[in-house]
Design a binder for this molecule. Structure first.
Ligand code: MN
Length: 730
């Protein structure tokens, strides 16, 4: 390809995602770079300008960045290598572009030494550059990627040095920014020079496996696709062998040979919605045997670099294990291109270069895992030197932690709630102190208790990972009382509701003093805080109020008669033939029917109809409190009519299920497996920690009727840890 053709390719690429780009300026930048670098040659003998052109191509093709970034990529080596100054670029192009070029130049000049203090200093310089404009770091990573791609022409010393830097600094930064695709390429290229023999062995073995596994992977892909089609899920499935460096790392850190490395194959299923992600998870676990402890829900708990996906490892019918990653299209874009994908979404492909548009990136970097700037530098360093320790959970899950990590780090890596409730830790079956230094291969077990007092301040000093330290700090920082009051009140209120008495009645001016003295709290907030903290259960407190509750219930019985329901709806005049959406409205043919959102009835439920003003008949469950209340209201009572389910009902009725369960690993796996195996589908999903170690799932599902609902609910109730399954009414 001639230089001009390469340039045209760049323009075409930019035009494909940003037709409004400033092509005049891009052309001017290319011409300027060509004349500035005139006479300079690369190691392979080509004109130097091929390098900035290739970097601009990566910036466009892989990251879809704006005009300014393309221009800056073309000019990125002019200040370093030619007589050009910041002022020249500011005058010829723009001050912003001059700043971008200067930022890249500064990063290029950073000397990476192994001395601790200077390392920190350099990292700060890099961070400053990153915080100033994220595009600087994106262009620098593209620059490094092209240099790595063309590293074969360098001397062996230079190859090793650059590869080391790439492995230790650029790949981790790409990882931090969520740019998985570029990170992998950087790692694989670095490995090629850092351990040529290891790299060759793995790539050769992978080549052989490719042939061996081709048919297998194709079969699995088709199997999954068929189930997606049958379930009406629109999704893309593809399989791949894992990339060389990820296999290499596993071999070395777990001291395994290539044949022992567990899973070499990974599949991805890309779907439209989060609900479908869990539907697909259920399908996968229905099709193949899931391996215990290998499920990861990064949708519920995204990684700090914004990565979201469901991961599970399963074993095929022929005994070959493989990993499946399930995510939405948008999550996929973010996984592949990270910050750049977000940036692209925010820009809407326009590329204005407005600071506000990447202000959030700076915040992300500053607030990563709630850590302060100091911690972030520390955690970045930890990642860069890869000084990690690998330990096992009792379930055999491998957890990697920074070297020197303690059971505290382990507990907080599992979950902040595990850390906050930790009372004891065992390593290889023996109780250890919390400051015990974990070694590779240790099996670590954490004992928790709901009555644990929470972390102590010493833990901040003991913990090695910034993740654990920031979670502990958060625990102290958090206004625990406020939060406990909110949670405690919610659970007390729902508990009291079951008795038939409202919270308002119980805590009326008349009743409050007796209630508080009975429970020995000074104020309601004190009581809620105690429930929220887990010091006492709402159930127990409600139990102690039996007398007060009965007193209020007796008052209800003697209440005036206007609270009793109105007359039953009128008797039918004739039976209609047609059912609208499976519902027959007595006395009306072809009547517009809609299902009430508050109670979402399904065929088989007892139902009643309400004649709305202009929107036909709204169908409620006959036990819906909203319906009962409205029937009791004289101004509405006349609009309630009888409805019934016809003989033919459809197969897709949307309704809502609530599952309250003790939080535990793989809970969502069990739920989604049951949802899938009962041919039910998620339409929406929301999970919320209730603050007492429980999760409340609100699931929109589509079913054929009440019978299916009963089956699903019965089976969900059988899941270990599930406390309650109900159909909520809003
Ligand atoms: Mn360069």
């Amino acid at each position: 390809m001639t230089l001009e053709e390469s340039y045209q390719r760049l323009e075409d690429t930019v035009r494909s995602y940003n037709p409004g780009a400033n092509f005049q300026q891009i052309r001017a930048a290319f011409d300027y770079a060509r004349s500035s670098h005139a006479g300079q040659l690369r190691k392979d003998g080509s004109p130097f300008v091929t390098h900035p052109l290739a970097v601009a191509q990566i910036v466009a093709e892989e990251l879809h960045l704006d005009s300014e970034s393309i221009v800056a990529a073309l000019l990125h080596d002019t200040v370093e290598d030619t007589g050009t100054s910041h002022a020249d670029i500011a005058r010829l192009f723009s001050p912003t572009i001059a700043d971008l070029v200067e930022g890249v130049t500064k990063l290029t000049r950073v000397q990476y030494t192994s001395k601790e203090q200077e390392q920190m200093e350099n990292l700060r310089k890099m961070l400053m550059a990153m915080a100033k404009d994220i595009r600087v770091i994106l262009i620098k990573i593209a620059d490094r990627l092209h240099n790595m791609r063309t590293m074969e022409y360098q001397t062996p010393e230079k190859q090793k040095q650059k590869s080391y830097e790439t492995m230790e600094i650029y790949a981790p930064i790409a990882h931090r920014l969520g740019m998985q695709k570029m990170k992998w390429e950087l790692e694989d290229l670095s490995l090629k020079y850092l351990d040529p023999v290891g790299y060759r062995d793995i790539t050769q073995a992978l080549d052989e496996k490719t042939a061996e596994y081709e048919g297998f992977m194709d079969g699995i892909r088709r199997q999954i696709e068929a189930r997606l089609t049958a379930s009406g899920i629109d999704g893309t499935v593809y399989g791949r062998l894992k990339h060389p460096y990820s296999i290499y790392r596993k071999m070395y850190t777990q001291n395994k040979s290539m044949t022992d490395v567990f899973d070499l194959i990974a599949f991805r299923v890309i779907v439209d919605t989060v609900a479908d992600c869990y539907n697909v998870l259920g399908i996968i676990h229905d099709l193949y045997h899931p391996i215990l402890g290998r499920f990861k829900d990064y949708i519920g708990t995204p990684k700090p670099n914004m990565y979201q996906s469901l991961h599970t490892t399963v074993i095929s019918q022929v005994g070959i294990p493989f990993e499946v990653q399930i995510r939405t299209r948008e999550m996929h874009e973010v996984a592949e291109y990270g910050v750049a994908a977000h940036w692209k979404y925010k820009q809407g492909g326009q590329g204005s270069g407005d600071e506000k548009n990447y202000e959030w990136v700076r915040r992300l970097l500053e607030n990563q895992e709630g850590a302060d700037a100091e911690d972030f530098i520390h955690s970045l360093k930890v990642d860069m030197f890869a000084d990690e320790v690998f330990v096992f959970t009792p379930a055999g899950d491998v957890i990697n932690l920074p070297a020197g990590a303690t059971p505290i780090d382990f507990a907080y890596t599992i979950h902040s709630q595990v850390g906050n409730h930790m009372v004891a830790a065992k390593v290889n079956g023996r109780i250890v102190q919390f400051d015990y230094k974990l070694s590779n291969g240790d099996v670590v077990e954490v004992e928790t208790s709901q009555s644990a007092h929470g972390p102590s301040r010493d833990w901040i000093k003991i913990a090695k990972s910034s993740n654990a330290r920031s979670k502990i700090r958060q625990w102290f920082k958090k206004e625990r009382r406020e939060e406990n009051i909110v949670n405690g009140k919610a659970s007390f209120e729902s508990e009291i509701k079951r008795t038939g008495v409202t919270l308002k009645e119980l805590t009326s001016d008349e009743n409050l003093p007796a209630v508080l003295s009975k429970l020995s709290y000074n104020s309601l907030d004190d009581m809620y805080a105690a429930i929220g903290y887990g010091g006492v259960t709402a159930l127990k407190l409600v139990g102690r109020l039996r007398e007060e509750i009965n007193h209020i219930l007796r008052q209800h019985q003697t209440a005036p008669p206007e609270e009793t329901p109105a007359e039953q709806p009128k008797t039918p005049q004739h039976r209609p033939v047609h059912g609208e959406q499976g519902v027959i409205v007595e006395g009306m043919d072809n009547c517009l029917v809609k299902f009430a959102k508050c109670c979402t009835p399904v065929p088989g439920d007892g139902i009643v109809g309400f004649i709305t003003r202009g929107y036909g008949v709204s169908v409620h469950r006959s036990d819906c409190p909203n319906a009962l209340r409205s029937m009791a209201d004289p101004s509405d009572a006349g609009r309630w009519i009888r409805v019934s389910w016809g003989e033919k009902t459809g197969s897709n009725y949307q309704t809502t299920l609530e599952v309250l369960a003790k939080d535990r690993p793989a809970l969502m796996v069990d739920i989604s497996t049951i949802i899938s195996s009962t041919k039910t589908q998620f339409r929406g999903l929301n999970a919320r920690l209730t603050g007492d170690g429980c999760v409340l799932f609100t699931m929109d599902v589509s079913v054929s009727g009440a019978e299916q609902m009963r089956t699903v609910m019965r089976r969900l109730e059988q899941i270990s840890g599930v406390i309650r399954v109900s159909r909520p009414v809003k």
